[in-house]
Design a protein around this ligand. Structure first.
Ligand code: GDP
Length: 668
């Protein structure tokens, strides 16, 4: 049975009321019989104990419900900036989104970055202004912020009433039957004029009709509006009080009416993406999958296009296919095109993997990259192995943790975004795995790049039997360009199978440079070398490559690169002097400040290392009235004093004899 289906993401800055809104949507649609409450820890989507205790969503959660013959898959995402990676992963699964904004706090730092991502990916977005009942609710001010910070093409389609009072609600709406079926622009209520203005800007003929006071029909205007929303030319704005269930039916009708359905093509070959991994205690690894084309059937063998080059990965079999309804799995026979589901049995699947053909899968979008690395230590040494396997499982669910497990040193390191994430990880380790662990002081993640072109050479032919001779040209490359590799050596000199070994292990060789950080912005060219018909064995070039690279880097030396953030600070103008002096002290720089009434907006760049605690300082400095948003801008050179080096983890290829013994498995 083919059904109309929409995959809708709910996104927001933390505390805007996203989880409460999700509960109300489920309740209004009849999916739940009671409204769960964030404050009592009884919501359907916050299922982790830590989420219920802290009242914050950490993982994205999905829920399916039905409204007016439409199937709606809601994807509830975490709002705290430390968990932006979860939001980022969900974006690929969406057809449209609801962005929740509080009518008191307005557009917050995280709101803008999420909205940018939605715009970049052309995901039609409806904005919901929540909490009309709270003291200080001001829809006009929030609309001005939306126009300024998100899009000038956001159009309010409802008229709120009794703002800031317990009986706050909605007194009129474009979609309400009160809108006349035919009208001239003068006859339309003043608060709906911005809608006409926005539409006339998109359509010259319509502009002419409006100027000449030609009557237009509701149908005609509404169709133009629908079209503009589906093309991301207009962002409709609705309002309500999620906590009291006000504005929920109107929102559901607007979702059906304005937000696009998933495209459905069941007859094509499978084209799907994994957007979340979860481990169920009973069933094991579960992959959340969005199918764009084709059908994914239970018991099908699934081709994993992303991992097909990995020798050990063949085809996994989808053993069971399920859907999440009210927080519980329910069996399905298949996931059809346009739908999402949860699949067990895909053992090799990782987040972001493309299943079948990737043609219909949209591009990925990176909102965040962890800036900090931290060592995790079990409180009880005998828990080390359990902690290592728990972190391995968690890194499967969140690849950005990038777990580094140094077996010999018995050390575990993960990458993180901030302290909230540390607290949440600590709680998950305790609640899900019964492990008490401590996180050491985190360090900024620096990188390294060669200071000048240099050759890296290694002649690994002793102790026999072995033979791998390589010479690389290692050159610094443009900032932000990453790693490029090329071989100028013929397969007669070094056989193709060995050249493949070199290329496949290059990333590992570049993981730590001479200052302990990963090497980037570098061009590496294999310019010379040889294998030996008798003496070369598989693995010899894997051992020789890191030695050659490290030899070169050691000779050329490397520059430290530090993460630089783009920032935007909005505060009362009287703070301008303090802010600019703080920014300069943080080694930052800024553009000419922009004034809006008694507020000032400063944009610029500062290093992550000097600004980690600035959001907290700014909050106390401004009495909570300033806003700051930051985003990784890139990496730039810093002096050794400004940055930090770290000891080589494991045995360095520069410690040649020991490294060879270790690499050959001969070290005890
Ligand atoms: P999330 O972090 O965006 O998921 O926000 P939550 O749904 O957890 O809500 C954050 C807080 O705001 C909770 O204490 C809710 O009870 C409260 N809240 C949510 N919606 C409303 C609303 O419409 N009015 C008021 N006054 N409070 C609300």
């Amino acid at each position: 049975m083919t059904k109309v289906c929409k995959n809708i993401g709910i996104v927001a800055h933390v505390d805007a009321g996203k989880t409460t809104l999700t509960e109300q949507l489920l309740f209004a649609s009849g999916a739940t019989r009671k409204v769960g409450s964030v404050d009592d820890g009884t919501t359907a989507t916050d299922s982790l104990t830590v989420e219920r205790e802290r009242g914050i969503s950490v993982r994205l959660a999905t829920e399916t419900f039905y409204w007016n013959d439409h199937q709606i898959n809601l994807i509830d995402t975490p709002g705290h900036v430390d968990f932006s990676a979860e939001v980022e992963r969900s974006l690929r699964a969406l057809d449209c989104a609801i962005l929740v904004v509080s009518s008191v706090e307005g557009v917050q730092a995280n709101t803008s970055s999420i909205f940018d991502a939605l715009q970049y990916l052309n995901i039609p977005t409806l904005i919901f202004i929540n909490k009309l009942d709270r003291a200080g609710a001001d829809v006009e001010r929030v609309m001005a912020e939306i126009h300024q910070e998100l899009s000038p093409n956001a159009v309010l389609l409802q008229q709120p009433s009794n703002l800031g009072q317990t009986d706050a609600g909605i007194s009129g709406g474009w979609l309400k039957t009160s809108t006349p079926s035919q009208f001239t622009s003068e006859e339309l209520e003043p608060w709906l004029q911005p809608l006409l203005e926005c539409l006339t800007e998109l359509d010259d003929e319509f502009l002419e009709a409006i100027i000449e006071s030609v009557p237009v029909t509701f149908e005609e205007v509404d169709q133009k509006l629908s079209h503009a929303i589906s093309c991301n030319e207009i962002y409709p704005v609705f309002t309500g009080v999620a906590k009291a269930g006000i504005g929920i039916n109107e929102l559901l009708n607007a979702i059906i009416h304005y937000l696009p359905n998933a495209k459905q093509n069941n007859n094509a070959a499978l084209s799907a993406v994994v957007f979340k991994i979860e481990h169920d205690q009973r069933i094991g690894k579960m992959a959340y999958v969005r199918v764009f084309e084709g059908t994914l059937n239970a018991r099908d063998k699934i081709h994993n296009a992303t991992r097909s080059h990995e020798a050990h990965v063949i085809e996994d079999k989808a053993s069971q296919v399920k859907r999440v309804i009210r927080g519980k799995y329910q069996d399905m026979d298949c996931i059809e095109a346009g739908d999402i589901g949860v699949v067990s049995g895909l053992q090799s699947a990782k987040i972001g993997d493309i299943l079948g053909l990737g043609d219909a899968v949209p591009d990925a979008y990176q909102l965040s990259a962890p800036l900090l690395t931290v060592q995790v230590i079990p409180d009880n040494e005998k828990d080390f192995s359990a902690l290592a396997s728990a972190l391995t499982e968690l890194a499967d669910e969140d690849p950005l943790l990038n777990l580094e497990w140094l077996v010999e040193q018995r050390e575990l390191h993960v990458n993180i975004n901030g302290w909230i994430q540390v607290e949440v990880l600590q709680a998950i380790l305790q609640q899900r795995f019964a492990i008490q662990a401590t996180f050491k002081q985190p360090s900024i993640i620096y990188k390294e790049t060669p200071t000048q072109p240099v050759e890296g050479y290694e002649c690994y032919w002793m102790p026999k039997p072995c033979w791998a001779i390589v010479r690389f040209l290692i050159e610094p490359a443009q900032r932000g360009s990453g790693v490029h590799y090329e071989s100028k050596v013929s397969v007669n000199q070094i056989a193709a199978k060995y050249q493949n070994e070199i290329q496949a292990n290059l990333a590992k060789a570049l993981k730590q440079g001479i200052k302990g950080w990963s090497i980037t912005d570098v061009k590496i060219t294999l310019i010379d070398g040889s294998d030996h018909v008798q003496h070369s064995r598989p693995g010899d070039f894997i051992i020789a490559t890191p030695m050659a690279i490290m030899n070169g880097l050691n000779e050329s030396d490397t520059d430290l690169l530090e993460p630089i953030l783009d920032f935007q600070i909005q505060a009362d103008s009287e703070l301008l002097g303090t802010l600019t002096s703080d920014i300069t002290k943080m080694r930052g720089h800024f553009d000419a400040p922009e004034f809006q009434g008694n507020r000032v907006i400063i944009r610029g760049k500062f290093p992550a290392a000097t600004s980690l605690d600035y959001a907290i300082k700014l909050a106390s400095l401004s009495g909570g009235h300033a806003k700051m948003s930051t985003r990784l801008s890139g990496y730039e050179i810093c002096s050794p004093e400004q940055g930090q080096t770290t000891a080589y983890r494991g045995i360095s290829p520069l410690d040649r004899d020991k490294y060879i013994l270790w690499a050959r498995g001969a070290l005890q």
